[in-house]
Design a binder for this molecule. Structure first.
Ligand code: AGP
Length: 608
């Protein structure tokens, strides 16, 4: 949520900051703003709407400065207005800050600062930081930042510049990601590596309560008590082409089509040569603990929660370990029971989702072993876990998660196979899970290569107001995911249900205007789901079925069939979700929606 970029160095700051922030726009896009130090002045401009609006406003200006900060916002405190957009500036007009996160005690701090004579111009919590730094400033910017942050409660990723200390850029982190990039006689600050990949691949991930003082040539890191800290320099493994559209109209479509590759990458180097034995580097040191796990709780949000549900079915079926799947936001506040032998698996594409992060903190306090399944290397959840597995899906920019979902299921399958190996469960190793998983990327490609019919179906139903998604067993979470995709990018009201639940309520909604998407692959509940289809048809509903290839029978019962290749039940979701991703995408595009930046949403939800 929200994006930060900062720069200090030999080059002109403006193009670097603007290129960077455009790449972060997917994280928040209701307003933006920039501050640059130029000719002994602190220049600042803000605008409401997309970053392109800000770009227009500063066209031909801000050309000379070599240090500055920029921000794109997703509103929490105060509407998306010019006043509430970042950067926020102190009363002297010399200190400028950009902030991600929430300052929880801002009301108290604001009242205190107002009493001292500070004047506020926004409704945001963030503005207090600028005034607090001003109130502590005594000639050394980093000291003032440190003292200010000692008064603050809550979360921050923060970048600060000041006219009185023009050769410095200060970065600080607590609970909201912040990364320093190291370039040739220059330093960068960003909340997401995508912003600086064009300029450097050498990065330092700040940890909570750390402050970095950056000049053109130096970086000094301390903790909040001013104790020096040596930081490791990491190298980003992604290339620039991963964060560009590469000829596709939208990132979402590119990411849907990347799935054969992202799924292959999830498996790469994880199978022993020519065998069904899985090795996972991130779990190697915890094999003994993992062998003794007796209960698993999966915590996640949104799409990641949906994949967690598939994980529950898969792990219970194959490993016979009891699994519960919890919304991370609920887990945290409901006094969960964690006994010895409990493992908490946190699933998160971004690795920064505040609810999931808070859930693992809670789980840690209660003594659980924590395993993360994340896409973003260096993310807070990955770093906060005892062990973990990365998706290696490459950056996911489209706000609607697609390739991360299928990779999460692939990784949950690998985890199941890994656990089967260390527990000596031969029956699982020989169940076909491994051999069928290896076939999956090619099968996904077949679906994508034969997907034209989905565009025709999207055309027929694009003006619907509602849509129902039904599935059973492993396809129930797929129904949830299909509905989530459609509602978040097309704004059509959509609900996912276990198919048999339809008759307990949702059936009342069915008439000739209700498209019902039924995921009806040939599995052990196939005959049951045929009854549900009959019930929908009897009430005039229009049925779009996702079915296994070679099922000729179903076409006689439904309005449209989208066929997918055969695989084992546990892996069907990776295939059955693909037509649903494409259906949502095409319906949204036909309705004129901006699928990469759906209204009110942001890519990673770093607030509670
Ligand atoms: C998915 O399309 C959503 N935009 C959203 O539900 C997302 O999956 C959720 O916010 C969790 O994100 P995470 O995987 O990064 O933790």
């Amino acid at each position: 949520m929200c994006g930060i970029v900062g720069y200090i160095g030999e080059n002109k700051a403006r193009p670097i900051l603007m290129n960077g922030i455009k790449r972060l726009e997917y994280r928040g896009y209701d307003s933006s703003g920039i501050s640059i130090i130029e000719d002994d002045k602190l220049l600042c401009e803000k605008s409401v709407g997309f970053v392109s609006e800000l770009e227009k406003k500063i066209s031909g200006k801000f050309n000379e400065g070599t240090s500055g900060i920029v921000h794109t916002r997703w509103a929490t405190h105060g509407a998306p207005t010019i006043e509430n957009a970042h950067p926020h500036i102190d009363c002297s007009g010399k200190i400028s800050i950009v902030h991600n996160g929430i300052i929880e005690n801002y009301n108290y701090l604001k009242a205190k600062l107002e009493k001292e004579g500070h004047t506020f111009t926004s409704e945001t919590d963030s503005e207090v930081i600028a005034h607090l730094i001003e109130s502590h400033y005594d000639g050394v910017l980093e000291d003032a930042v440190r003292m200010a942050l000692n008064e603050v409660e809550g979360a921050y990723g923060l970048a600060v510049i000041s006219l009185d200390d023009p050769g410095k850029l200060i970065a600080a982190r607590r609970g909201s990601p912040l990364i320093v990039g190291i370039g040739e006689r220059s330093h960068y600050v960003t909340s997401d590596v995508a912003a600086i990949l064009e300029y450097t691949k050498e990065v330092v991930y700040l940890d909570d309560n750390e402050i970095a003082v950056l000049t053109k040539d130096n970086m000094q890191t301390t903790d909040i008590d001013n104790v020096q800290i040596e930081k490791r320099v990491d190298e980003i493994q992604w290339n620039l082409d991963k964060i560009e559209k590469g000829g596709y109209e939208h990132f979402m479509l590119k990411e849907i089509y990347e799935q054969p590759q992202s799924l292959s990458e999830a498996m790469l180097g994880r199978f022993e040569k020519d065998s069904n034995l899985v090795h996972l580097g991130g779990l190697k040191d915890k094999e003994n603990d993992l062998r003794n796990i007796r209960r698993i709780i999966i915590v996640a949000c949104g799409t990641s929660w949906n994949s967690g549900l598939i994980g529950e079915y898969m792990i219970e079926e194959h490993l016979r370990i009891p699994v519960e799947v919890e919304y991370a936001s609920e887990f945290r506040y409901r006094e969960p029971i964690i006994e010895a032998g409990t493992m908490v698996i946190a699933i998160s594409q971004s690795g920064e989702t505040a609810d999931t992060l808070a859930a693992i903190h809670e789980a840690r306090k209660k003594g659980a072993l924590i395993l993360s399944i994340c896409n973003v290397v260096g993310s807070s959840i990955a770093r906060g876990a005892d062990c973990g597995i990365f998706l290696h899906a490459g950056p996911e920019i489209g706000v609607a998660s697609t390739k991360a979902f299928t990779s999460q299921i692939a990784v949950l399958s690998l985890l199941t196979l890994f656990m089967a190996r260390i527990k000596g469960k031969e029956e699982v190793l020989n169940s076909g899970l491994a051999s069928k998983l290896i076939e999956i990327p090619e099968q996904v490609k077949t679906i994508l290569d034969n997907s034209d019919q989905i565009i025709e179906i999207a055309q027929l139903y694009k003006d619907s107001d509602n849509c129902l998604y039904l599935g059973r067993g492993y396809n129930y979470p797929v129904a949830l995911e299909g509905a989530l995709k459609l509602k978040e990018i097309s704004y059509i009201h959509a609900e996912g249900y276990p198919a048999a639940e339809m008759k307990h309520g949702p059936i009342a909604l069915i008439d000739k205007n209700m498209p019902v998407v039924v995921v009806a692959t040939t599995d052990k509940v196939y005959l049951k789901i045929l009854s549900t289809i009959e019930e929908v048809r009897a009430r005039g509903g229009r049925v779009i079925a996702i079915a296994s290839e070679q099922n000729n029978e179903i076409a006689k019962l439904v309005d449209h069939v989208l066929y997918i290749p055969e695989t084992i039940d546990a892996l069907v979701p990776i295939l059955s979700v693909i037509p649903l991703q494409l259906l949502a995408y095409h319906m949204a595009v036909m309705r004129g929606c901006d699928v990469d930046k759906p209204r009110n949403l942001a890519k990673s939800v770093t607030v509670e």
